[in-house]
Design a protein around this ligand. Structure first.
Ligand code: NAD
Length: 373
């Protein structure tokens, strides 16, 4: 079994001593042992997954690791955002201690962003830090949450407010796993792919305009390319600004708006994270246009593409009664607020920049117009 088996793209994340590779391929789960072995300190791995992914992919992952002589335990958590909680984190840490997981063992997150975020945080605090590997199974996790070391859980005060920057030892991305992902989840993840084009890569945005439906319809080569370009974009930004002192904030394009919509919808499945991001990116573009930072053609291209793949582009499409002032107050709670000011990511396609001191009346108008549809 060679280490390179099935790898189509390798994307390095350059973070000095904490550097690691993202390996991307079609069918990597089958040779998981070969991709894990070079980065583990002893041959013991605990897989953390959720019940949906466990039913589909846990056995294959376990077998692949055992075939490489690795001892495997697993912990199966409930699926869904509610798992990123104090109570689930506490139970997970206790289970890991009861299993006798040691400092030199490795946790392996097999799942979407929920599993990646809670596993990474558990790894950061268990015995003051043990190694972990990301094996993201949702498109959102493959292009975003598994890369860059943000880990954490939610609280009643908001999402992701408790956590740590803690980098994985490797990210192993198997495009084949996307075949079992529900289409709605795939599209939600695709919004984050579009985000990278909008931030600073207009050529990638053009490629997506041409090839986006191949990505969302399951073409493995198009998916691998889109995932690799997204990971490169994220790796580049994270390498420049690991702890979000500046440039990393660009990755939040559309997120302050999107998080407000998610919070208002109550995380009950009405609006998935990526769906909120798609609408939020359109709000950011509309605000940019009203401020003279983008032109109507940017808006038309972005909404045209998001709609072409089947994503919602306006708050009116959510099917909930929404209130602009309530959304604004959620935005003021966002953890990206800096010295009391909401930070916005604004600009034309491929030219996003961080801005503060924005006229909130203008923001209210943008919210109103998206709610009205
Ligand atoms: P998720 O983990 O809840 O996965 C979505 C759903 O898809 C779940 O029901 C899951 O069981 C299912 N699923 C996952 N992979 C599957 C597969 N291959 N086949 C069938 N079903 C599968 O949600 P998500 O969208 O992956 O991630 C959202 C989370 O990521 C949020 O909590 C968000 O805050 C977090 N996030 C973190 C970062 C970061 O940098 N750490 C970035 C973006 C988002």
């Amino acid at each position: 079994m060679t280490e390179n088996r099935g790898i189509l793209h390798t994307v390095p994340v350059a973070l000095g001593k904490r550097s690691y590779d993202i390996v991307i391929g079609d069918g990597l789960l089958e040779s998981l042992g070969a991709h894990v072995t070079p980065v583990i300190r002893q041959k013991r791995v605990t897989i953390i997954t959720d019940e949906n992914v466990a039913a589909l992919h846990l056995e294959a992952a376990r077998k692949a690791l055992e075939n490489a002589g690795i001892r495997v335990d697993d912990v199966i958590l409930p699926a869904g955002e509610a798992t990123k909680s104090y109570s689930q984190l506490g139970a997970l840490l206790d289970t890991l201690l009861a299993l006798g997981v040691e400092r030199k063992d490795t946790l392996l997150a097999l799942g979407g962003g929920v599993i990646g975020d809670i596993t990474g945080f558990a790894a950061a605090v268990l015995r003051r830090g043990i190694d972990f590997i990301q094996v993201p199974t949702s498109l959102l996790a493959q292009v975003d949450s598994s890369v860059g070391g943000k880990t954490g859980i939610n609280t009643s005060f908001g999402k992701n407010l408790i956590g740590a920057f803690y980098q994985p030892r490797r990210v192993i991305i198997d495009i084949k796993l996307l075949a079992t992902l529900p289409r709605r989840e795939l599209l939600a993840g695709y919004a984050e792919v579009v985000k990278y084009g909008l931030i600073d890569n207009p050529a990638f945005f053009s490629w997506l305009e041409e090839n986006g439906t191949a990505v969302t319809d399951g073409d493995a080569h198009a998916q691998a390319y889109a995932v690799a370009e997204s990971c490169k974009a994220k790796a580049r930004i994270v390498a420049e600004d690991e702890f979000e002192a500046g440039k990393r904030a660009l990755l939040n394009l559309g997120h302050t708006f999107g998080h407000a919509l998610e919070a208002e919808c109550g995380y009950d499945g009405t609006l998935l994270h990526g769906e909120g991001v798609a609408i939020g990116m359109m709000m950011a573009l509309e605000l940019s246009m009203r401020m003279g930072l983008a032109n109507p053609a940017d808006l038309a291209r972005a909404s045209g593409h998001l709609e072409a793949v089947g994503l919602k582009t306006k708050a009116a499409h959510i099917g909930r009664e929404l209130d602009a002032d309530k959304l604004l107050s959620h935005m003021a709670q966002d953890k990206k607020v800096d010295a009391g000011e909401i930070v916005f990511i604004l600009g034309p396609i491929g030219g996003a920049a961080t801005r503060k001191g924005i006229d909130l009346d203008l923001v209210r108008q943008v919210l109103h117009s998206s709610i009205k549809g």
